[in-house]
Structures are given as C-alpha cells and as structure tokens.
Design a protein around this ligand. Sequence first.
Ligand SMILES: CC(C)(COP(=O)(O)OP(=O)(O)OC[C@H]1O[C@@H](n2cnc3c(N)ncnc32)[C@H](O)[C@@H]1OP(=O)(O)O)[C@@H](O)C(=O)NCCC(=O)NCCS
Length: 234
Amino acid sequence: MAQCEVRAIPPFLLSGKDGGVWRDAERLLDGVELARGKAMSPASGRMFLAGRVAQRVFAGELLSLPAADLTVAYSCLQCGTGPGTGHGRPGYSYRGAPVPLALSLSRAGGWTLLAAVVGASPGTRLGADIEDPSRTGFDGFDGLALTPAERRNLRNVTVELLPAARARLWARKEAWLKMTGDGLRIAPSTVDVSARPGLRDLGPAETGLPAHLAAAVALSGPVHASGSGGSGSS
Ligand SMILES: CC(C)(COP(=O)(O)OP(=O)(O)OC[C@H]1O[C@@H](n2cnc3c(N)ncnc32)[C@H](O)[C@@H]1OP(=O)(O)O)[C@@H](O)C(=O)NCCC(=O)NCCS
C-alpha cells in the first residue's frame, strides 16, 4: 500500500517585510517560479513563493537531495510538461531525470498543505486539498459545486454544520480533480465525491492543520497518510 506523507505549513511569519521569503525563493526556486511570484500582487506572491519553497524543501528531504538542485517539471494537461512548465501538477527532475515522487500542494486560510508519495511509480497520481469553511458560504455555492445527490444529503445537515460539510465536499472534489489533473476544467457539480476509491478526508491529527480547515487526499491507488503535521518548512 502506498504511503502518503503530509506536512502542514503554518501561516508564513515574515521577517521584516517580505525579505525572508524572497531570500529563500531567490536561493532555491527556478526562474519560472520566481517569474510567477513576481507577476502576482505582493501578498499573493509571498504566499505563492512560501508554498513553493516549502514544497521544494519537503521534496528534497524526502528524496535526500539538496532542494536547490531540483528542477521544476510541472505538468499541465493543456501546456504539457518539462523544465519550463511551472504550473499544473507539481513535479521535479534531478539531473535531467524525473524524481520518483508524486506531489500535491494546497493553500487556504494562510496554511499550506503538502502531500507526497515517495518511490511513486511513473503514472502515480496524487491530489490534496484544504478548504476554509468560511469561503463556502456564498449564494449559489451548492448549485455551482455539488451534484443533485450531494445537495439532497446536505438537507439533513443543521445550519451550524453546513459550512463544514460544504468545505469537506469541496476539499474532496479539488483533491480528486488535482489527482486526475483536470482541476476545475471539469465542473465540480458533475463529480460526486461521497465514495471514490483512493479518496479520503484527512483529520487534523494527521495533518497538523487547525481543526476548522477541511482536508482531503486522493491517490490513484490505495493510500494511508503518515503525517509530520505542523512542522515548519524553510
Ligand atoms: C487545481 C485547482 C483546482 C486548485 O485551485 P485552488 O483551490 O485555487 O488552489 P490550491 O491552493 O488548493 O492548489 C493550488 C495548487 O494546485 C496544484 N495544481 C494546479 N493545477 C493542477 C492540476 N491541473 N493538477 C494537479 N494539481 C494542480 C498546484 O500545485 C498549485 O500550486 P501552485 O499555486 O504553487 O502552482 C485550480 O488551480 C485549477 O483548476 N487549475 C487547473 C486549471 C487549468 O488547467 N487551467 C489551464 C492552465 S493553462
């Protein structure tokens, strides 16, 4: 059974302004990642770069390789894969060869969740997602996000528990759609996530995330999680 390693990174504590993040980013990340971070607003760029730094450090530790020596090799169903691709499904290469690591990343509520399967065979797919219940309360969420059966099931949930129930479903959907690689190119309201092989919720004890955040992981094969939750990164 494949083992999924997870690590939760707390809201990034900036030293001074954004100097700490940028210093780590310039030292560790590839040009395509720095360019994406620079194109964002300062706050979004810092969150993006902090997540990328943490993910690279996580990958380096799991592979026992220097993080700075990894090269991004993301894959996007639309744009393809390779060293110049810095968006889509995360991946790295080392000295020109893909590393045996399935990876996924998600950010919400200031937190970043990293998930990985070490020694993954080529074609192993992993998706992880975290969701803040406060972001699911807008009008129209159920119509946009849920299948008719999921909407029917929510009728039995009390008003106080609705945000958490919606966030749990949304985290499962995005974890599943990251695992397939489609992301939100597929309408989430067409993807029922009440029971799918390899898809499961992650609890705070496994991840180290605060209990109010919903989390889920999907793997293209049997999976159980082994957390190093709550540890810092960079
Ligand atoms: C995947 C997706 C649902 C995540 O959105 P989100 O909830 O806003 O963000 P999260 O923080 O949970 O996840 C972001 C991470 O998802 C991962 N990701 C993005 N697209 C992915 C895909 N197609 N497959 C798997 N993982 C993906 C990346 O690791 C990304 O991290 P990054 O910001 O460091 O690049 C959304 O980004 C999406 O639908 N992307 C695909 C859209 C697409 O294919 N567009 C065409 C681009 S050319």
